[in-house]
Structures are given as structure tokens and as C-alpha cells.
Design a protein around this ligand. Structure first.
Ligand SMILES: [Zn+2]
Length: 291
């Protein structure tokens, strides 16, 4: 299954992607990791990426797409993938669509993880990463394992946790603002394609994992445009109806989505008015480097 998880910083996207990758046996493809690996390898794309990063520029979308293309050609991505950290805006989403169409590997699902803004801020402040293996933990919601399981796969010693500099409160509101402005439009983009699913990503980590599994387990009805292209369906309209009924969502799915009035709300924007620093401070706040 080819999946994108969409969610604001602090929505638990990374943790849920890790879990999903383990359960489904498909790779979690992080564009940040791809960039770092390419730079370390010194490949052509890697050298171009390094030049951009050294000059303080954002890495070109075309370059990131090149890395994704290379990564998707690897064996372990045949059964699907979870794309992490990309796309972050509409232009990237369109480029990705084009690439996946060329590869004949269209997305199966985009899952939106919904979390209220106050909870996002609380979660981000608890976030810690391992300096050695890069795994992300959360002191509040996903603490690192203790005892024998507490071993870092890279070093064999306990994980060395640190707080990313852009996880402090001042930069968090800026990152949430960027998410609202740049990434939230992707929700409508993927909804229009008929592959968007939304889950309530608050509460217990395991409960969210279950809601995510339920959302992915259910078949979405195929988009009408594709059904119209099927010659058999065109010749026999009654078969279209039967097929649509087969693909109709089971009733249980409804509970994994918040009601319409909740989905339309943008709690972050409301909270921003209170939380955002004055204009000048906001401008100087360092943006999170794109992964
Ligand atoms: Zn580690």
C-alpha cells in the first residue's frame, strides 16, 4: 500500500509512520534521511543537495523527487511505502503525482492526523530524538523503552536523547503557521482525489495506531472518473452500481472520522492569535530546515 500521512508538527505522524512501517513490512521513506544518505554517499544528487544546503538554500523539489524515484526503485518498496516529510506544499504534491503516475505507482491513501493546536504545542515540547539512530520519542506520549529494549540499534548503548532546537515554543508557533499555510491545502487536494482519510490522532498512542489501521483497512470507493473509463462499466451501467456497493465503506469506518463540523474547524489558526509572537519576532524566528 502506498501511503502518505499528513499532520501538523506534533501530530504523531513520525511515530505512527514507524509503527505502520513495522506492521506492514513496508519502508518508511523519509526525504530527510534520503537527503542525508545521498550527501554521505556523494552521489550526483547528493553533491547537488550538499551544495544547496551549504549555501543555505532550500533543496530543489526536482532533486528530492529524483531521490524518491531512486528509492522507490529498490526492492523493499515494491509492496508499498509510507512517504514521510514530503509533500509539504501543493507544488510538491503535484510533482509527486506526476512522478508516481510515471512509475505507475499511484497513492492508495493519504491519512490526515487531526490534533488540536494546544495539544500539538504540548506534544512538541516533549519531543526528543536519539543523536545516534535518529529515532523520535516523546517524553509525554511515546517514551523510549526501558530495560533490555532500551538499546540503540546504532550503538548498542541506551539512546542519547536530545531536544531539537526548533522544538522550543517560539519556533513551534512559526512551524504551525507554515503548516497551516503550506501543508493544510493538501487535505483538500487529496480529498478531491478521493483518497483522503481522517482520523482523530489525540489520546492514547495505541488507540491512534488502531484508528489508523482501521482507516487504512477500509477500501475507499474508486473515483468515479476511473470507473467511467472501464469499458465494461460503460456498456453495462447496472454493473457500476453493483461495484460501487461493493466498495461502499463499512459502517464502522464512520467512527474513525470526526464529524464534518469538527473537520472544518481550524483550531490552530484560532490559537495562533493568542500564541503568536509579535510580527518582528516571528520574522526572525528560524524556519525549520526542510527535510
Ligand atoms: Zn538510538
Amino acid at each position: 500500500m502506498r501511503i502518505i500521512l499528513l499532520g501538523a508538527p506534533g501530530s504523531g505522524k513520525g511515530t505512527q509512520a514507524q509503527r505502520l512501517a513495522e506492521r506492514r513490512g513496508i519502508p518508511q521513506i523519509s526525504t530527510g534521511d534520503l537527503l542525508r544518505a545521498a550527501v554521505a554517499r556523494g552521489s550526483e544528487l547528493g553533491r547537488a543537495a550538499k551544495a544547496a544546503m551549504d549555501a543555505g538554500r532550500l533543496v530543489d523539489d526536482s532533486l528530492v523527487l529524483g531521490l524518491i524515484r531512486e528509492r522507490l526503485a529498490e526492492d523493499d518498496a515494491r509492496g508499498g511505502f509510507i512517504l514521510d516529510g514530503f509533500p509539504r506544499n501543493l507544488s510538491q504534491a503535484r510533482s509527486l503525482d506526476t512522478l508516481l503516475a510515471e512509475l505507475a505507482q499511484p497513492l492508495d491513501a493519504v491519512v490526515q492526523l487531526e490534533v488540536a493546536s494546544a495539544e500539538l504545542v504540548r506534544r512538541i515540547s516533549g519531543r526528543r530524538s536519539c543523536a545516534d539512530c535518529g529515532r523520535v520519542f516523546n517524553l509525554l506520549t511515546a517514551p523510549p523503552p526501558t530495560g533490555a529494549a532500551a538499546v540503540c540499534p546504532k550503538t548498542g548503548a541506551p539512546h542519547r536523547l536530545f531536544q531539537r532546537p526548533d522544538d522550543n515554543e517560539a519556533t513551534v508557533s512559526e512551524r504551525l503557521r507554515v503548516y497551516e499555510e503550506q501543508t493544510r491545502p493538501l487535505i483538500d487536494f487529496y480529498r478531491a482525489r478521493g483518497i483522503l482519510r481522517s482520523i482523530d490522532a489525540q489520546g492514547e498512542l495505541d488507540a491512534v495506531t488502531q484508528r489508523l489501521a482501521a482507516a487504512l483497512g477500509a477500501q475507499t470507493p474508486p473515483p468515479p472518473a476511473r470507473m467511467r473509463k472501464t469499458p465494461a462499466a460503460r456498456r453495462a451501467p447496472h454493473r457500476r452500481k453493483a461495484s460501487a456497493a461493493r466498495h461502499r465503506r463499512p459502517k464502522a469506518r464512520a467512527s474513525t472520522r470526526p464529524p464534518e463540523h469538527r473537520r472544518k474547524k481550524t483550531p490552530i489558526r484560532a490559537a495562533r492569535k493568542k500564541r503568536a509572537p509579535p510580527r518582528g519576532a516571528r520574522k526572525s524566528a528560524r524556519r525549520r530546515p526542510r527535510r
